[in-house]
Design a binder for this molecule. Structure first.
Ligand code: SF4
Ligand code: SF4
Length: 263
């Protein structure tokens, strides 16, 4: 949809049942207010650095750090998220945000898409029909024209990029070393709130300078992916072989197990 008008009706529907992506600063604030934060990891095989990249590959590269899984070079995207079922812990009974002045960028951007490669479809959003009958221009020719929304999309993308090298060190420190494959699923890591907060609060400029660990496991629920990863010398794990506990696999496709699980 290329042209859209929009005005928020403050119905509060978008503040329920979310995995809310947070920047490092926002995650610190969320944890300090007593919330919990997860780390979602996905990996992209990155065998060679292409001379020319399409826009999607550039977007993934900007948000990811370089490491490897066995013999396979990969890039890992680690996303800090606040996850809640039902109402956001900051949603007030009058459907107003209890942390309005410091709410995350992603809350200020909704219903626009943060991912520039997903087009906004009102049918996929929680906003009521009357929100879209406003005279307030929101998108023109497929581009967000609302100045505040565009500002926060730009700020979020910028902070996301600034956080990347810090996230590489944080994953190392938190012993986070498993990821789903891009377009197939995520591994959700749940470090304790206190541990995550102390790692996130560390001065981002004080690293030990070590490159990120090269022993990432790639978790999949697809037999064909498991075999393909083994063939290229990566460290794959079928979901049922994976540690569980504080970890969870969120797959986009139904399970397709191999006949025999590799030992
Ligand atoms: S932080 Fe505020 S705007 Fe964001 S989901 Fe929670 S209540 Fe809604
Ligand atoms: S669902 Fe849409 S209209 Fe309702 S509060 Fe969220 S952004 Fe506003």
């Amino acid at each position: 949809m290329s042209d859209l008008n929009f005005n928020c009706t403050q119905c509060g529907k978008c503040c329920h049942d979310l995995r809310l992506p947070l920047t490092r600063k926002e995650a610190i604030g969320w944890l300090e207010r007593g919330g919990s934060v997860e780390v979602l990891c996905e990996a992209v095989p990155w065998v060679t650095e292409p001379a020319a990249m399409d826009a999607v590959a550039m977007h993934k590269r900007r948000r990811s750090f370089s490491t490897s899984s066995g013999e396979l070079p990969i890039r890992v995207i680690a996303v800090l998220t606040a996850n809640f079922a039902g109402a956001c812990p900051h949603l007030r009974s009058d459907m107003r945000c209890g942390i309005y002045d410091s709410r995350p960028h992603v809350c200020r951007i909704y219903p626009a898409e943060v991912n520039p490669f997903i087009s906004l479809s009102p049918g996929h959003k929680k906003c009521p029909p009357e929100a879209w009958t406003s005279s307030n221009p929101f998108m023109r020719a497929g581009k967000v024209v609302d100045a505040q929304t565009q500002l926060h999309i730009t700020l979020l993308q910028h902070e996301d990029q600034l956080d990347v090298s810090f996230k590489a060190e944080a994953c190392e420190e938190l012993a986070i070393r498993s990821a789903g494959l891009s377009n197939e699923g995520f591994v959700v890591h749940r470090p304790s709130c206190a541990t995550l907060l102390s790692v996130l609060q560390r001065d981002a400029t004080v690293g030990d300078g070590k490159p990120p660990a090269s022993n990432w496991e790639l978790v999949t629920n697809q037999a064909t992916t498991l075999e393909a990863l083994r063939q290229v010398g990566a460290k794959p794990l079928y979901t049922t072989m994976f540690a569980g506990g504080a970890l969870q696999y969120l797959g986009f496709h139904p399970d397709s197990p191999p006949n025999v699980l590799p030992s």
